[in-house]
Write a protein that binds this ligand. Structure first.
Ligand code: C2E
Ligand code: MG
Ligand code: MG
Ligand code: MG
Length: 292
């Protein structure tokens, strides 16, 4: 009997493994065609200056509406794109598209609204990222200062020496560099200084519970303070509730993004949001509650 149930368990796991492998393969195969089929698009999430309430930039976030698979979230397909190498052409497309859009905002009168683009580790290492960025800036006419590249701590720590060189070459083009999901990896402070990083993006897992969890509050406070001492801009990710925004304002965090202000939206909606403002008025949170 035991033998039989063991065999069933085994079969269950193999079937599960096969199903997962099959799904990955399916995603990979369809992703291969997604670019040419025009199934990919970018959404933009406003980044808000907490002292003025103004939109100072947007993060570009990829969306895939597959004809056959339906909507596939980036958390599902980006890792597969990374493993299969598809992230290189996709990432190049993202960069170009985001710069084109940011250039359009600039021409529409939003001179200082920059765009932040997520750069995956493989894209950063394998593709000639510096040449690509230079080319895209030249072709689109976007001022380099309006482009920000988001990379992760693990990318830096795993390939320290080559990463340093690439980052310095990117900095020489005039673009800005930020560390995404900051706090979840293991980067050292000396590295951050040495790597000429401009901004830290506090991971949303810390922001989520700042109003209730004293540990998360302490971590976020420490990152904000560290940013001040190292003269790094700090962006809080995933601000969903009023209490979180109040905390960030009180602690002197400069910039935030999150559903509280606006979810990621299409280019058209983002352009409209810049014209009409977000549903949340700056006056509602600009003053730290203690000062009111
Ligand atoms: P990320 O770069 O850390 O992006 C932030 C994620 O948080 C986005 O998820 C965004 O939609 C979500 N978010 C924004 N505000 C809130 C909020 O208030 N609450 C919560 N719970 N979530 C919020 P998304 O769009 O699903 O992207 C997931 C991840 O996929 C990104 O994390 C990024 O690592 C990756 N990704 C997205 N677009 C690209 C891309 O063009 N290239 C690369 N290489 N990676 C991308
Ligand atoms: Mg990001
Ligand atoms: Mg993040
Ligand atoms: Mg992430």
């Amino acid at each position: 009997h035991a033998k039989e149930s063991g065999r069933n368990t085994y079969r269950f796991f193999t079937e599960q493994m096969n199903a997962n492998a099959l799904e990955r393969l399916q995603i990979e195969n369809h992703l291969r065609l997604a670019l040419d089929r025009g199934e990919l698009l970018l959404h933009y999430q406003p980044q808000v200056d907490l002292t003025s309430g103004e939109i100072v930039g947007a993060e570009a976030l990829i969306r895939w509406q597959s004809d056959t698979l339906g909507f596939v979230p980036p958390g599902r397909f980006i890792p597969i794109a990374e493993e299969s190498g598809l992230i290189v052409p996709i990432g190049r497309w993202v960069l170009r598209q985001a710069c084109l859009h940011a250039r359009a905002w600039q021409l529409a009168g939003h001179q200082n609204v920059g765009v932040a683009v997520n750069i995956s580790p493989l894209q950063f290492r394998r593709d000639d990222i510096v040449a690509t960025v230079r080319e895209v800036l030249r072709d689109t006419g976007l001022p380099a200062a309006l482009l920000e590249l988001e990379i992760t701590e693990s990318l830096i720590m795993q390939h320290a020496e080559s990463a340093l060189e690439t980052m310095q070459n990117l900095k020489a083009l005039g673009v800005r560099l930020s560390i995404d999901d900051f706090g979840t990896g293991y980067s050292s402070l000396s590295y951050l200084k040495r790597f000429a990083v401009d901004r830290l993006k506090i991971d949303q897992s810390f922001v989520r519970d700042i109003a209730e969890d004293p540990d998360d509050a302490a971590i976020v406070r420490a990152i904000i303070q560290m940013g001040k001492s190292l003269k790094l801009d700090v962006v809080a990710e995933g601000a969903e509730a009023r209490a979180q925004v109040d905390f960030l304002v009180r602690e002197g965090c400069r910039t935030a993004q999150g559903y509280f202000f606006c979810p990621p939206v299409t280019f058209d909606v983002f352009s409209r949001v810049m014209q009409t403002g977000m549903h949340v008025r700056a006056e509602d949170f600009r003053q730290p509650p203690a000062l009111r």
